[in-house]
Ligand binder design. Structure first.
Ligand SMILES: Cc1cc2nc3c(=O)[nH]c(=O)nc-3n(C[C@H](O)[C@H](O)[C@H](O)COP(=O)(O)OP(=O)(O)OC[C@H]3O[C@@H](n4cnc5c(N)ncnc54)[C@H](O)[C@@H]3O)c2cc1C
Length: 302
């Protein structure tokens, strides 16, 4: 898409781009262009932008792109890149913390620990935005995002802001079902417990070092590709199939962690998608287990 008559937006303070390569905005470093890409300056600016968008414009909400595979043909419509914009954070007292969706999850973990609030340490190793953690019910080391959530703030396609209670959502392992389509998280209220700040910071350091021991931190990836099936681990099943190190083009099953696929430098999205299919098919054949993807595949083929 090039700038056209329809794009006479007024009063914007954010950054508007066209044909923006999504490979720049995903941790896999693959993905074709977004037709339109808007990085709002703040929440008010986001509302101004959304109010001027055509009603049926497809929207894609991008956090830090750490759980998505954008196909090589890119994304139609508009990507809303809110990371770093919706980034207020404050302790309201009694362990209640208001967080903006555009904060890094790790920053929320450290903020809470420094305030002497415990329960959010697991967020330290999740390399996404709070908006992405809310959308995915991100979790690690026994903790899950929605165990902390008291209330959320969402925005609609027309820029309307509303608050929702947690019982409006169907929340499960790595899955959050909203009551209505067309609403996106802009913030949340998290309930933490009062605790010891130094101990929480120590737990954060310990969790981070465990991660670098077990994950391929040096190569572009999107974390666990598949959800763990009930009572088992996707990585165990994949490794037992002898798939570690297997490649399609520039995409390879990590030799460090079998549930990770790494981009060895020149992978296309299609390479990654084909390898995901190959892994799922092999595990189904050998173990009879249907692995479900955790990463979200979006966009169109080239
Ligand atoms: C090295 C590595 C380790 C990881 N470890 C873990 C882990 O331990 N546990 C875990 O759960 N995940 C893990 N992940 C996956 C990923 O980091 C999480 O799912 C994270 O919460 C995604 O956040 P994001 O901001 O990157 O989301 P994105 O990848 O940008 O988006 C993910 C999905 O959420 C939607 N979304 C994003 N923002 C919003 C919003 N504001 N409102 C509504 N929908 C939105 C997107 O449209 C997309 O569908 C890991 C990833 C990597 C690369």
């Amino acid at each position: 898409m090039s700038e056209n008559a329809q794009d006479r937006f007024v009063g914007l303070r954010g950054e508007l781009k066209y044909d923006e390569p999504m490979a720049r905005h995903t941790t896999w470093r693959v993905g074709g262009p977004a037709e339109r890409y808007y990085a709002p300056a703040d929440l008010d600016d986001l509302v101004v932008f959304l109010r001027q968008l055509p009603e049926h414009e497809p929207l894609f909400w991008l956090g830090l792109g750490s759980n998505i595979l954008v196909r090589d043909g890119g994304l139609r419509g508009t990507v809303i890149a809110y990371f770093g914009a919706l980034n207020d954070i404050s302790h309201l007292g009694n362990g209640l913390v208001k967080v903006g969706a555009g904060l890094a999850s790790a920053k929320v973990a450290r903020f809470c620990a420094k305030q002497g609030l415990v329960g959010a340490e697991f967020l330290c190793g999740i390399p996404g935005a709070m908006g992405g953690a809310l959308a995915m019910n991100a979790g690690a080391f026994g903790g899950e995002t929605w165990e902390l959530v008291k209330k959320v703030e969402v925005i609609r396609h027309n820029g309307e802001l509303i608050q929702r209670q947690t019982d409006n959502y169907k929340v499960a392992y790595r899955s959050v079902e909203a009551p209505l389509p067309g609403e996106w998280f802009v913030g949340a209220w998290l309930q933490l417990r009062e605790g010891n700040s130094e101990e929480a910071m120590m737990r954060i350091r310990a969790l981070l070092s465990r991660r670098s021991d077990t994950q391929p931190t040096q190569q572009p990836n999107a974390g666990s590709v598949f959800r763990n099936p009930a009572g088992d681990y996707a990585a165990r099943l994949i490794e037992a199939c002898g798939l570690k190190g297997k490649c399609v083009g520039g995409a390879c099953v990590s030799t460090k962690h079998a549930n990770f696929i790494v981009n060895t430098g020149n992978a296309s999205s299609l390479d990654v998608e084909k390898l995901i299919a190959k892994v799922a098919m092999t595990v189904k054949k050998k173990h009879g287990v249907e692995l479900l993807r955790e990463v979200q595949v979006v966009g169109v083929n080239a």
